[in-house]
Design a protein around this ligand. Structure first.
Ligand code: HEM
Length: 415
């Protein structure tokens, strides 16, 4: 029996979705915990011969109450990210709806051509030149945190480091007070991991109330950080509307915390389990930039979705306006049509145009910052901590996707 026949399910789907496309492929959507070195190993089945390129998952996903079309080939994912006439980000990552807020997430929830003006407004703070200025602080934070545990011979790299470091970088970037650190982590956990709409909504409400106060404070007393720049921002000579200011501040808060944290835990997990790779990255610093890219490719945390804006005939089916379509980056990043020998972790891989940061106009604004945080971390960690392993008995199970890893104790020899 083909994989497709195994996956078919008899679940209700909209009338325009042919029954033979309705499948249970939740395994590819980042929900099945496993302990493989490549936790995303299952997605190749989606690109097997005879499997239609457009499938329909009838199950509610994220904060949505209906199912979604799914594409899994690199080429099809590219089409969705690049075709802004048919596909919209309206409703993507709109957790604020759970708190009764109607402002959009900016820039993610805005379609072109409006989207461009917000990107231009924010870009200046994320260029390589701007990030270079930020680098000494980021490096100092990494060093301080690593030196704190280097002499102990062990650390929970996910909980005690990965969860914390990106938040510290973010506070610094935005000009948010360090005193909010623990509170941010607690709210972030509720929103992204509680899986309970009421708890999520409560946390979102508190974050937004806090950010509104922060904005007012920065309007009263501006400084040179990104938070103040947004609070006092102007586009084309007009001050930003309150919804634009909170929409940007809120989305930046949401975008950069858990993504980097999950990437760090998965990156250290792989190095703990693959001693040869770790030794090679220690010995060959010139490989570290391309290795960061390969970590990102092989750990695609987010399967982004889009709203269909107008009917479209594709692959023998009709996508109707109002449908959702999910891009399975967890599959596209392993498509052999784009990546030779895709299941091999090649720290020297080049080119490496993966979709972990998506593609098209919504390509992650924080991508360079994230790369820099990861590269600095590798350098400073290798300098201070010798070859490490997972602590004997540690649970190295990973849930592919953002939920990822809560705890990952690693150990090393202390002289
Ligand atoms: C490894 C770390 C990161 C990953 C994997 C990641 C992933 C993503 C993804 C998948 C999207 C697009 C979502 C979609 O189109 O549906 C995105 C967009 C975005 N990300 Fe990141 N992100 C990371 C780090 C960051 C950081 C550090 C920041 C900022 C501090 C950030 C800010 C943003 C913003 C503002 C957007 C919206 C871009 C736009 O719509 O034009 N991200 N990110």
């Amino acid at each position: 029996m083909s994989a497709l026949a195994d996956w078919r399910v008899d679940e209700p789907a909209p009338a325009h979705v042919p029954a033979d496309r309705v499948v249970d492929i939740r395994f590819a959507m980042g929900q099945r915990p496993n302990d493989r070195l490549d936790p995303y190993f299952e997605t190749d089945a989606l690109r097997a011969p005879g499997v239609p390129r457009l499938l329909y998952s009838p199950y509610p996903f994220g904060d949505k109450s209906k199912g979604t079309w799914c594409v899994s080939h690199y080429e099809d994912i590219r089409r969705v990210y690049e075709d802004n006439d048919h596909f919209s980000t309206q409703g993507v990552a709109q957790f604020q709806l759970l708190a009764g807020e109607t402002f959009p997430s900016i820039p993610l929830g805005i379609d072109p051509p409006q989207h461009g003006k917000y990107r231009r407004f924010l870009n200046g703070h994320f260029t390589p030149v701007a990030l270079k200025k930020l680098e000494p602080q980021v490096r100092a934070m990494a060093v301080e945190m690593i030196e704190d545990f280097a002499g102990r011979g062990e650390v929970d790299i996910a909980y005690d480091f990965g969860r914390v470091y990106p938040v510290r970088v973010f506070l610094d970037l935005m000009g948010l007070p360090f005193a909010m650190f623990e509170q941010f982590l607690a709210w972030e956990w509720e929103i992204l991991h509680s899986r309970d709409h009421q708890r999520m909504g409560n946390a979102v409400r508190q974050v937004i109330a806090y950010l509104r106060e922060f904005i007012a404070e920065k309007q009263a007393r501006p400084d040179d950080r990104l938070g103040s720049y947004i609070a006092n921002g102007q586009i084309d000579g007009h001050p930003l509307e309150p919804d634009e200011v909170i929409g940007m501040t809120w989305f930046l808060w949401l975008g950069g915390l858990d993504t980097v944290a999950s990437t760090i835990s998965q990156m250290f997990r792989r190095m703990a389990l693959d001693q040869d790779l770790q030794a090679r990255l220690r010995a060959e610093p010139e490989l570290r930039n391309s290795a960061v890219e390969e970590f990102l490719r092989t750990q695609p945390l987010v399967n982004s979705f889009r709203l269909v804006k107008q009917d479209l005939d594709w692959d023998g089916v009709t996508l109707k306006a109002g449908d959702y379509i999910t891009c399975l980056n967890s599959s596209g990043n392993f498509d052999p049509a784009q990546f030779p020998d895709p299941r091999t972790f090649d720290p020297a891989r080049s080119p490496n145009r993966h979709y972990t940061f998506v593609g098209g106009v919504h390509l992650c604004l924080g991508a360079h910052l994230a790369r820099r945080e990861l590269r600095i971390l590798l350098d400073e960690f290798f300098q201070r901590v010798p070859q490490f392993r997972a602590k004997p008995g540690a649970d190295t199970t990973v849930t592919p996707g953002l939920l990822s890893i809560r705890n990952l104790p690693i150990v090393w020899q202390v002289n």
